[in-house]
Design a protein around this ligand. Structure first.
Ligand SMILES: Nc1ncnc2c1ncn2[C@@H]1O[C@H](COP(=O)(O)OP(=O)(O)O)[C@@H](O)[C@H]1O
Ligand SMILES: Cc1cn([C@H]2C[C@H](O)[C@@H](COP(=O)(O)O)O2)c(=O)[nH]c1=O
Ligand SMILES: [Zn+2]
Length: 189
């Protein structure tokens, strides 16, 4: 369980990344950390990509239906503008943002903001997803979460797409995807 680093004097920012396959608990963990920040009376701004309308236009919603209000934005630049001056910035579905997102998170952390980012580490093809690799390189803290493989019950690291659609971006949940372990991802049709 992630324990928030204690600050020793002065206002210092950092980047935390929460990653893993679909259904691994990324959104739940992001919501948990953001709710704790608000309990600590910190100012929090939360963002998600406007294109993520899977469950809700505005709220960030986990597969277990826990939710928190967020601001949908079209680009990472909007996060830079709207996130100025708060204590904590939260970002969900980070894989859908543009490749400027790591630079935006770095700039926000430089101004003393705690930046918490959740997103898929890999595409359905098992490839690094969008801005996530560079974010992982720049983050002080990385949490990789695991779902349960629906084929064999081991820990799941991959998101298997059940349809033949080849587009990288395809919104969906259990209708289109299932979490699988490395073995079942590569060996079970
Ligand atoms: N195969 C699975 N393995 C683990 N959790 C699952 C699985 N299928 C459904 N879930 C549910 O999904 C929840 C995680 O949802 P969420 O935080 O939205 O995940 P993510 O954001 O990583 O896709 C779990 O708490 C669990 O209730
Ligand atoms: C693997 C993969 C997923 N997606 C989509 C499917 C969902 O809408 C989100 C991930 O949601 P979650 O919070 O991690 O459950 O991303 C996609 O567009 N492309 C992919 O390769
Ligand atoms: Zn498996």
């Amino acid at each position: 369980m992630f324990i928030e680093p204690s600050l020793t004097g002065g206002r210092r920012g950092w980047i935390e990344v929460i990653c893993g396959s679909m259904f691994s608990g990324k959104t739940e963990e992001l919501i948990r950390r953001l709710k704790r920040a608000r309990i600590a009376n910190l100012s929090v701004e939360i963002f998600k990509p406007a294109m993520d309308t899977r469950y809700d236009e505005q709220n960030i919603v986990s597969h277990d239906e826990s939710k928190i209000l967020s601001t949908p934005v079209e680009s990472s630049q909007q996060i830079l503008l709207l996130g100025q001056g708060v204590d904590v910035v939260g970002i969900d579905e980070a894989q859908f943002f543009d490749l400027e997102l790591p630079n935006v998170c770095d700039q926000l952390a430089q101004t003393g903001i705690r930046v918490i980012v959740a997103g898929l580490d890999m595409t359905y093809q098992g490839q690094p997803f969008g801005p996530i690799p560079d974010l992982l390189a720049q983050a002080e803290y990385i949490t990789k979460l695991h779902a349960i493989c629906v084929q064999c019950g081991n820990i799941a690291t991959h998101s298997f797409r059940k349809s033949s659609d080849k587009s990288t971006v395809l919104l969906g949940e259990k209708d289109l995807y299932e979490p699988r372990c490395r073995y079942c991802y590569h060996n079970v049709p």
